[in-house]
Design a protein around this ligand. Structure first.
Ligand SMILES: Nc1ncnc2c1ncn2[C@@H]1O[C@H](COP(=O)(O)OP(=O)(O)OP(=O)(O)O)[C@@H](O)[C@H]1O
Ligand SMILES: [Mg+2]
Length: 449
């Protein structure tokens, strides 16, 4: 195929603009000639006539991929591979795009899917690239802490906990300024300047406990803290370590603390810590007590010191927490994480809209309409808006930017999810507010004591 033939094809299309096979033929020919930009245009033109044609979408994704318009390519291809019977070649293009996005593990999986469906798709070059970048990532491959209590230690069905190296940092967390500041003071500074703390005789240690309604960024911030200081991150759901065998939960907990001490600097994050509470019906009182005691002595660093281990915890139900947790040197800072205020909501929107096709967005308008929305709710609005634009983009064959109205529209589909929590919290704050522990909740609800 040469330029003359391409021109002839274009003439032919002018004569019969609805001829989809002809349009596809032209676009494919442009890909072969490495004219990717022109190919992109032709696939889009063809899609205007046949918006549901999977093989045209695949061509468009490939044209994006070849131009390294990775996120545009991914958006299209992800829809294709989710289809009941995806074209085998879609997996191959997906693999290339994932490799561009530096997700080499996922790329490997996609490549294997392609080959499983059609052996002829084997591509030695792509394969070598995937292997190469997987090797590079070998160190970053998640390590695991195996939890014991099983017949066969090597059995795959054993529970385990990942050790992560998060790539997000504080700038990926909108708002939460007060909590970030506390984490800096109590956790990051001591790590960075241990000698100064020693000099002033200030004890390092203890953890920070966050509580509040669901979806307001507690887990997200804990992970970002690890990324912020380039530390390992271990997230432990208390229910993960509970084991019905006598003494095994305690041993699991000890193993986790030990591993964190070996892997310092390390952020050790305990989610749903209230599950340690003795007043749980599924744990015998005395058994629960043992686990709490184990937790407290690990926290206190009785056996081994916790230098370089940053301890964070979160709960939705601080009122179920054993008061012994709050002693000095343990979780002596307990922080309320409220739903994001207006500026925080704007920045959460910006964070989640980053690198998406955007039109003009009036953030203040969206923010005004989203009182009581959590961070997760704000993210849901972005997801809904993007989905609707994506449908439109595929129909029209070109990217359509997200605008203010799309986000406003999304508020009709997704309502805030924090209200229920405050109904419960209000009762505790009013009637069980020892030592003003929950004053922040009252303040947030604008209730005067
Ligand atoms: N402040 C924020 N900035 C950016 N994204 C946020 C923020 N808060 C929440 N999100 C988004 O919402 C998701 C859910 O938040 P997260 O899991 O941190 O909430 P949580 O407070 O731990 O909730 P739960 O109490 O249910 O565990 C996050 O993965 C993130 O995508
Ligand atoms: Mg959480």
């Amino acid at each position: 195929m040469d330029i003359n033939e391409i021109n002839e094809l274009r003439e032919a299309i002018k004569a019969s603009p609805d001829n989809i096979p002809l349009r596809k033929y032209l676009a494919n020919a442009l890909i072969k000639l490495k004219k990717f930009e022109e190919a992109e245009l032709e696939y889009k033109n063809a899609l205007k006539h046949a918006p549901n044609n999977a093989s045209l979408k695949l061509g468009l994704a490939l044209a994006f991929c070849e131009q390294e318009k990775t996120s545009l390519g991914l958006v299209i291809i992800e829809e294709l591979v989710e289809h009941d019977q995806p074209l085998p070649r879609a997996w191959l293009v997906y693999a290339k795009l994932l490799l561009q996005a530096k997700q080499s593990n996922a790329a490997k999986g996609a490549y294997e899917n392609a080959i499983a469906l059609d052996e002829n798709l084997k591509d030695a070059f792509l394969e070598s690239q995937i292997n190469l970048s997987n090797q590079k990532n070998e160190e970053a491959e998640p390590q695991k802490i195996k939890l014991g209590g099983f017949e066969d230690e090597d059995a795959d069905d054993g529970k385990s906990i990942d050790i992560e190296r998060p790539e997000i940092s504080f700038s990926d967390v909108g708002g939460m300024d007060k909590v970030k500041e506390e984490i800096r003071m109590k956790i990051i500074h001591p790590l960075e300047h241990p000698e100064l703390y020693k000099m002033y005789g200030k004890k390092i240690g203890g953890g920070l406990l966050m509580y509040g309604p669901p979806g307001c960024g507690k887990t997200h911030l804990a992970r970002a803290t690890a990324g912020q200081v380039n530390a390992n991150f271990i997230s432990v759901g208390i229910s993960d370590i509970l084991d019905m065998y006598l003494g095994q939960s305690e041993r699991n907990l000890h193993a986790i603390f030990q591993r964190a001490r070996d892997m310092k600097p390390c952020v050790l994050f305990f989610d749903e810590v209230d599950a340690l509470g003795a007043n749980r019906s599924d744990m015998k009182q005395s058994a629960g007590r043992h686990l709490i005691n184990q937790f407290l002595s690990e926290l206190d660093g009785v056996e081994a010191d916790n230098d370089g281990v940053l301890i964070l915890a979160a709960t939705n139900a601080p009122w179920h927490l054993d008061p012994a947790f709050r002693r000095p040197g343990r979780f002596d800072r307990i922080l309320f994480v409220p739903p994001p205020d207006e500026p925080a909501r704007a920045s959460i929107l910006q964070i989640h809209l980053k690198e998406k096709p955007l039109g003009k967005i009036d953030y203040s308008k969206v923010v005004k309409k989203t009182a009581e929305y959590s961070g997760a709710d704000m993210k849901a609005l972005v997801d809904i808006a993007i989905e609707s634009k994506l449908d439109e983009a595929i129909r029209k064959g070109k990217p359509i930017p997200v605008e203010t109205k799309d986000l406003i529209q999304a508020t009709k589909k997704h309502k805030p999810t924090t209200k229920e929590w405050f109904q419960t919290a209000k009762n505790y704050a009013l009637f069980a507010n020892e030592a003003g522990l929950y004053d922040d909740i009252l303040k947030y609800l604008k209730i005067k004591k």
